[in-house]
Ligand binder design. Structure first.
Ligand SMILES: Cc1cc2nc3c(=O)[nH]c(=O)nc-3n(C[C@H](O)[C@H](O)[C@H](O)COP(=O)(O)O)c2cc1C
Length: 191
């Protein structure tokens, strides 16, 4: 069987929900990309800080990943749209953990639905891999039932039939390392 990895960055929990749901369905391992510094969690400051970090092409320092990325055959990258692009944490991931020759999938979460440009940009960046498919979701943690269905359809289309998502074990207990480092999906931020 193909060795599958879902690697994601999530600031407010939406991508985390989508990534873990998909990982459960396709029997993938999970890696969470965690920058050492996070934007402020509340108010306009988060958009300003996050938007600026995209425009300035920042590459935040990440906590080391637990897995050898090159050991996987199929890689799903999950991220939220920031200022129309993928977030700086994903830029850091791509730079720090280069890979090629993989089957590649993308899950992009946004609040407005404009994910195409970011996905195209990522495809270009990862052109040494075979891009297979992408899934765009709108704030999926706000309507879990509806989005579980969309994710299950995506999983079945690309990875074959799986049992109903609610019957599967929670990947937090099975696969993910990152939650041992954070108490829940909302990461506390540094200075
Ligand atoms: C700094 C920042 C910039 C954002 N920029 C966009 C954007 O350009 N377009 C959009 O549709 N949503 C934007 N969003 C909303 C997120 O992409 C959306 O809420 C996503 O589901 C959040 O995923 P997460 O909970 O995994 O962080 C932005 C959010 C933040 C914090």
């Amino acid at each position: 069987m193909e060795k599958r990895l879902v690697v994601f960055y999530s600031f407010e929990g939406n991508t985390s929900f989508a990534a873990k749901t998909l990982a459960k369905l396709i029997g993938a391992e999970v890696e969470r990309v965690i920058p050492l510094k996070q934007p402020p969690k509340n108010g306009f400051g988060k958009f300003f800080w996050g938007g600026k970090s995209v425009f300035m092409h920042e590459r935040p320092v990440l906590e080391p990943l637990q897995r050898e990325i090159t050991a996987f055959d199929e890689i799903v990258i999950g991220f939220p749209i920031w200022a129309g692009s993928y977030p700086p944490a994903i830029s850091s991931f791509l730079k720090d953990y280069p890979f090629r020759g993989k089957k590649l999938y993308v899950i992009a979460c946004s609040s407005g639905g404009g994910t195409k440009k970011a996905i195209e940009k990522l495809k270009e960046k990862l052109s040494a891999n075979t891009f297979c498919d992408s899934l765009s979701l709108i704030d999926p943690a706000k309507d879990k039932e509806k989005n579980e269905k969309l994710i299950a359809e995506f999983a079945e289309k690309n990875f074959g039939k799986a049992p109903a998502v609610r019957e599967l074990p929670d990947p937090e207990s099975v696969f993910e390392n990152a939650l041992t480092r954070t108490e829940n999906d909302t990461i506390s931020f540094g200075e």
